[in-house]
Design a protein around this ligand. Structure first.
Ligand code: XMP
Length: 327
């Protein structure tokens, strides 16, 4: 079946629940016509696009959709759990959860070069997904969360950028129900499908996940410290209302220690670096002015609650010259 890959000039921007509902009804019918009684496979990362596609396909074809969620061990705190809770328990999805943490972290051991780390994570992701899909029988379609900017900005860029790029030789017809939508429309459709607000408005998260924020060679203890410190930052941004206002915020932890003091004793630890930026297109970014009182509170919590962290730093660098991620 030949699917449209150019957004019709007269296609209205989906901004309301009514428009989203109409889009959903149309796509449900289109997907059913395309897929029939066959099975569809989807790599469900938990990001906005794949989550919306999953919810849409569950509505259209229920258990004919098989979702595979690969936990590469580099997710933010609670994210894989949220995927399972929402899709498996909430939407009764046919979801295969693969905890591949050890595989990824073993391969990444002692690897400090950022590009090599990215390649390892991307390559292993494809391998794990391939292994899982080869265990399944009768899959005829591959669903993807391709959105319109991916098509117009050249797919090549995103495929290289994203861990989610899938093997070329997967000979399956594609199901891409949100391929003509812009990001803001995907979010409106996600909410109309009943997905939680925090999932639909989730911050951009690099495919290689915390792997680009745990700088240098990843160790389990430093990765753990990063994840916990990041969770505190998110919690405090939620509580203070900054979460809905700041485009992207996270912690990076470099591979270096400094001397500190705790309980009257020398305490060597890593610094946690706060990065909070605003942007419209991620090409340039400005710094969010976080109130000092909140910064003190976050510092206090991170240094007291997170084993291994003895300083909190704030990154004041706009893009350019700093990129958003530290890598
Ligand atoms: P930089 O660090 O280049 O990041 O200023 C720009 C935006 O892209 C996100 N980013 C990624 N997104 N896969 C993605 O989907 C990736 O591999 C990746 N790496 C960076 C980054 O978080 C920021 O929002």
């Amino acid at each position: 079946m030949e699917l449209l890959n150019k957004r019709p000039d007269d296609m209205a921007r989906i901004t309301t629940k009514e428009l989203a509902d109409a889009f959903i009804a149309e796509q449900v019918a289109e997907v059913r016509a395309q897929v029939g009684d066959k099975k569809v496979l989807l790599a469900l990362s938990g990001g906005v696009d794949s989550s919306v596609v999953a919810a849409l396909l569950i509505k259209a074809i229920g258990k004919q959709l098989v979702c595979v969620h690969v936990n590469h061990g580099l997710m933010r705190k609670g994210e894989s759990e949220q995927v399972i809770e929402l899709f498996k328990n909430g939407l009764d999805a046919n979801l295969i959860y693969v905890d591949a943490t050890d595989r990824f972290l073993d391969l990444l051991k002692d690897v400090s070069d950022p590009e090599t780390k990215r390649k390892i994570i991307g390559g292993e992701f494809i391998k794990v997904f391939d292994e899982e899909s080869s265990k399944l029988e009768g899959i005829s379609f591959l669903a993807q969360g391709t959105i319109y900017p991916d098509i117009i900005e050249s797919k090549g860029v995103k495929a290289h950028h994203n861990v989610g790029g899938l093997p070329e030789d997967m000979q399956m017809e594609l199901v891409e129900p949100v391929r003509l939508l812009y990001k803001d429309e995907v979010r409106v459709v996600g909410e109309a499908l009943g997905l939680p607000h925090d999932m639909v408005y989730r911050q951009p998260f690099p495919g290689p996940g915390l792997g680009v924020r745990c700088l240098g060679a990843i160790t389990r203890d430093r990765l753990h410290a990063l994840r916990e410190a990041d969770a505190i930052l998110r919690e405090e941004f939620d509580k203070s209302g900054l979460a809905g206002k700041v485009w992207q915020y996270f912690i990076a932890v470099p591979d270096m220690k400094s001397v500190g003091v705790r309980d009257g004793k020398r305490y060597e630890g890593w610094p946690a670096i706060i990065r909070a930026v605003n942007t419209t297109d991620a090409m340039t970014a400005t710094i969010e002015e976080i109130p000092y009182e909140l910064l003190h509170h976050i510092t206090d919590r991170i240094t007291h609650e997170v084993e291994g962290i003895n300083r909190v730093l704030l990154d004041l660098t706009p893009k350019p010259i700093g990129t958003i991620e530290w890598e």
